[in-house]
Write a protein that binds this ligand. Structure first.
Ligand SMILES: [Zn+2]
Length: 160
């Protein structure tokens, strides 16, 4: 059995893929098979999460049309790495662990991705995350004049 086939079975048994399918259906997504046992759910319509793509089990959900993931192999590879993280976290415990990682990242750097171990292991650049935390970016940017103070918007990363 291929590694990805084993992952597909494990993520069904650990209930992460069934949860991902339920979320995709609740969001009225279009479902299709992707590479290596992934299920690609496009046109997701629920307002949360706000990320352009996220993964639950083997299901990669995007609020964009199907061409979005097809034309972004690096992002799909990033999301596929998250599907492996569900295997190693034994399924659903990945969700609170991911939330802890996001909280840790926020405390450490002012954003939910750069110091989140799950995002770092999945590849920050592939997921569309900046490589430097929001706090560090603010520190490195030239200080604005008091009359035109600007606050850089945080990047909109792809969530798990
Ligand atoms: Zn990610």
């Amino acid at each position: 059995m291929d590694r990805w086939a084993l992952k597909t079975v494990v993520n069904v048994v650990n209930l992460s893929t069934p949860l991902g399918l339920m979320i995709a259906v609740a969001g009225r997504s279009r479902l299709r098979w992707g590479p290596r046992g992934l299920v690609l759910a496009s046109d997701y319509r629920l307002p949360v999460p706000t990320a352009p793509a996220f993964t639950v089990g083997n299901v990669v959900v995007s609020r964009r049309p199907s061409e979005f993931l097809d034309s972004r192999p690096a992002l799909l590879a990033h999301e596929e790495r998250h599907s492996w993280q569900y295997v190693f976290c034994l399924g659903l415990p990945m969700l609170p662990l991911y939330a802890l990682g996001a909280a840790w990242s926020y405390v450490r750097g002012g954003d939910v991705g750069v110091h989140n171990p799950f995002e770092r292991l999945a590849g920050l650049a592939d997921g569309g995350y900046p490589l430097v935390s929001a706090r560090e970016r603010r520190r490195l940017s030239p200080s604005p004049s008091p009359s035109r103070q600007q606050h850089p918007r945080p990047a909109r990363p792809a969530a798990p």
